[in-house]
Design a protein around this ligand. Structure first.
Ligand SMILES: Cc1cc2nc3c(=O)[nH]c(=O)nc-3n(C[C@H](O)[C@H](O)[C@H](O)COP(=O)(O)OP(=O)(O)OC[C@H]3O[C@@H](n4cnc5c(N)ncnc54)[C@H](O)[C@@H]3O)c2cc1C
Length: 525
């Protein structure tokens, strides 16, 4: 009997776990290398990234794998500990733990002449270096490996204390202090929001505004009133509408898909302006209508009170400012609009400046073949559908692009393992090279879109097509109109990709789709 083919998987975050599960499903023999002593990646409980109160900023529906539901009656937005519990139950259910080597950092991978991979790792418990040859390699080591360092020169004379957001744990350490949070993305705004409600003396949020950025609270108690034209009041009785329920309805996405780019952007910017309702004076959220033909950005705030806190002056934003100098605890900023200088005293700085990914285990020639750019977190490599390269065989990447939602991660994992095990065929080289040229255009584009692909639902469907698990919606509309309504006119649900195709589980998929749909209807009424 032939021995099963072996797969090395780097990382045991969501990408590594779904890759391991798919490899087993395909009869491959996976070994997952995890440098930490625990699994879950960003969501692990080892306190490397998540702070005590970190919440997911998309609803748990968007963080559901196709064949494993969250327990019902969960909060819409999960605290990180519950996301970890979900991943833990997933790993238990599919018996993945036996395949994970904890405390093992992959240091080097080398492609051999027969296209197999020589993998070298360091085992922290035995303090030894080991190596083994694998048939295939899956890279799922996450986009969040190294904090992106802030250029410290203007802060050389700052005598206060500073940390990066991966060291931030709780607002209790900041009571009575004057805090500068640097970075106005999801982490920065979550941290600033909880600090300003926890007895700090002052909170300033420093970061440039982005073109057409709309700060939209994830769990939005305003949306129903806004959509019904009843103004921007919060409906405190309502449990809120997740923003992902509004923007990922398949029928809407397909309706918009063929609009010319400018028209699409104008429609979306108008819609997001209506949704955001953030009638605060903060200049970075006062988007100019003359730019509405350019791509939009949704800043999933994860925290309902963020905009209110700006309005109330609890968070003071320093957009349109440059940090230019420091002296003791005083930091000097230049207002770029009127060139005035402002000095503000701070005790603490928290840098929420994002992360870089780390591909130090690859050799230079592989990185060149992948057109790897270490500072591009949006499109770090030129890969066909962000997953495979026509230039390097037996290699797959999972979650290595901006905004890796669970459904996409899972589809990538399935695709790569189906390719390795021959369940599906590799696209032609011509197709892949053309796909890569498109990705290169996205990388070079002057205005970046929210995702490095046009739309999350469309990209899911494209990946699903590659692995023959995209239902034929046209046929479905004729033969099963009720199911069609639930799959097409409703929020996108990853279980739609288990209705048909390899390793489908129609019965289970139907149950999950029905559950999503009930929630969708309840929330949209
Ligand atoms: C602060 C923050 C908040 C986020 N919030 C959300 C959210 O609300 N919803 C959402 O869907 N996504 C969110 N994300 C995106 C998040 O990246 C994904 O949810 C998901 O964790 C990606 O999974 P991954 O497995 O690709 O990467 P990770 O979760 O980063 O896991 C990668 C794993 O690889 C391991 N590893 C790295 N290098 C090596 C090596 N050389 N050898 C061995 N092991 C290695 C790491 O230790 C880690 O365990 C957030 C990200 C951050 C940073």
């Amino acid at each position: 009997m032939n021995r099963p083919k072996t797969v090395c998987i780097i990382g045991s975050g969501p990408s590594g776990l779904t890759s391991c599960k798919s490899a087993l499903e395909c009869g491959l023999e996976p070994t997952v290398f995890e440098k930490k002593l625990t699994f879950g990646g960003v969501w692990s409980l080892d306190q490397t990234i998540p702070w005590d109160s970190m919440n997911a900023n998309v609803s748990h529906y968007t963080m559901t794998f196709s064949d494993f539901e969250h327990p019902h009656n969960q909060d819409l937005y999960l605290p990180h500990k519950k996301v970890y519990q979900y991943l833990s139950s997933y790993a238990n259910h599919f018996q993945l733990f036996n395949h994970i080597k904890f405390g093992c950092t992959v240091e080097k991978v080398k492609q051999l002449e027969n296209d197999k991979w020589l993998v070298e790792w360091n085992d922290s418990s035995s303090k030894t270096s080991e190596s083994k040859i694998f048939d295939f390699l899956i890279v799922g080591n996450g986009m969040n490996n190294k904090p992106r360092l802030f250029p410290m020169e203007p802060l050389n004379s700052f005598t206060g204390h500073h940390i990066y957001s991966n060291q931030y744990k709780s607002p209790n350490d900041y009571v009575g202090k004057r805090v500068l949070v640097v970075g106005k993305s999801s982490s920065g705004i979550q941290i600033a929001s909880e600090l300003c409600e926890s007895g700090v003396k002052s909170v300033h949020l420093y970061g440039k505004g982005k073109l057409n950025e709309w700060a939209i609270s994830a769990n939005n108690q305003r949306i129903k009133n806004i959509l019904k034209g009843k103004g921007y009041e919060r409906d405190l009785i309502d449990s809120g509408v997740p923003i992902d329920f509004i923007v990922s309805v398949r029928s809407n996405v397909y309706k918009m898909k063929d609009l010319p780019e400018k028209e699409f952007n104008i429609e979306m910017n108008k819609f997001l302006k209506q949704l955001s309702g953030n009638n605060c004076d903060e200049p970075s959220y006062q988007n100019d209508e003359t730019n509405f033909d350019k791509p939009f950005k949704i800043l999933f705030t994860g925290i309902e009170s963020y905009i209110d806190n700006i309005k109330d002056g609890k968070i003071q934003c320093l957009s349109n400012h440059s940090l230019i100098n420091s002296n003791g605890k005083i930091i000097e900023f230049l207002n770029e609009l009127d060139q005035t200088k402002t000095q503000i005293e701070f005790d603490e700085i928290i840098f929420a400046t994002g992360y870089h990914l780390n591909f130090s285990f690859f050799e230079k020639d592989i990185l060149e073949k992948l057109s790897f750019d270490p500072i591009d977190n949006y499109v770090p490599c030129l890969l066909y559908k962000y997953t495979i390269s026509p230039r390097v065989k037996n290699l797959g990447f999972i979650g290595i692009f901006g905004t890796p939602f669970y459904s996409l991660i899972e589809l990538q994992s399935r695709w790569v393992n189906y390719l390795f095990s021959g369940v599906v065929n590799l696209p032609s080289e011509k197709e892949m090279e053309e796909g890569i040229n498109e990705i290169n255009d996205i990388r070079k584009a002057k205005y970046k879109t929210l995702f490095p692909f046009k739309d999350y639902v469309l990209f899911s469907d494209q990946l699903a097509k590659e692995i023959n698990c995209l239902p034929d919606f046209e046929q479905m509309s004729i033969n099963e109109p009720e199911l069609y309504d639930m799959c097409y006119n409703s929020v996108s649900c990853s279980s739609v990709f288990r209705l048909t195709g390899p390793f489908s589980n129609e019965k289970h998929a139907l149950k999950t789709i029905k559950h999503f749909n009930e929630c969708f209807k309840r929330i949209n009424n």
